[in-house]
Design a protein around this ligand. Structure first.
Ligand code: ZN
Length: 183
């Protein structure tokens, strides 16, 4: 599947809830999973492949292990911890890493493909990834999540990365200087 890249306005739309147990979601999730692995992503949200539905796929397991988790209609029910700032990449914003401040721990309620309700919680990469992907369902990309000064820097770096032909999955910029973090 082709990745929708910023500044496509589709990335700023709010996605519709999925119908629980909808059989077509399985195929969508499989295709998203393939796209995520092909681009070395740790998560992907349906709007990133042009489908405005509340479905995400994540896999934060070590690189040599494939353990994808499909979350239908995921919803953050609790965030906790001292906010931490870390660089995040995104398949829809290739070639840039953006400093984003988030609370580290997240608890999320979701449904599986059969329509059964679950909860997942965690910090570190999992907590960050859950928040990043759920942001996509609300039309929020890295650029909207960043603090104003970092947003300006990141948008400039992104323009440069696009000019240099960055592709989804590229997080290391061709132009390291343009991508240096603002502290
Ligand atoms: Zn993303």
């Amino acid at each position: 599947m082709k990745i929708v890249e910023s500044p496509d306005p589709l990335l700023n739309q709010v996605s519709e809830p999925c119908e629980l147990g909808d059989k077509s979601l399985k195929k969508l999730a499989k295709q998203m999973e393939k796209t995520m692995y092909a681009t070395d992503g740790v998560g992907i949200a349906a709007p990133q492949v042009g489908v405005l539905k509340r479905l995400i796929v994540i896999d934060v397991s070590p690189e040599d292990v494939r353990d994808p988790l499909v979350l239908v209609n995921p919803e953050i029910i609790e965030l906790d911890g001292e906010p931490e700032t870390e660089g995040e990449g995104c398949l829809s914003c290739p070639g840039v890493t953006v400093a984003i401040t988030r609370k580290p721990w997240a608890k999320v309620r979701y449904y599986d493909l059969k329509g059964e309700e679950w909860e997942i919680e965690g910090d570190g990469l999992l907590g960050r990834c859950l928040q990043h992907e759920i942001d996509h369902l609300n039309g929020i990309t890295l650029f909207e999540s960043a603090e104003p000064r970092e947003r300006i820097r990141a948008l400039k770096a992104y323009e440069e990365a696009r000019r240099l032909g960055a592709k989804p999955g590229d997080t290391a910029p061709a132009c390291a200087e343009a991508n240096r973090m603002v502290r």
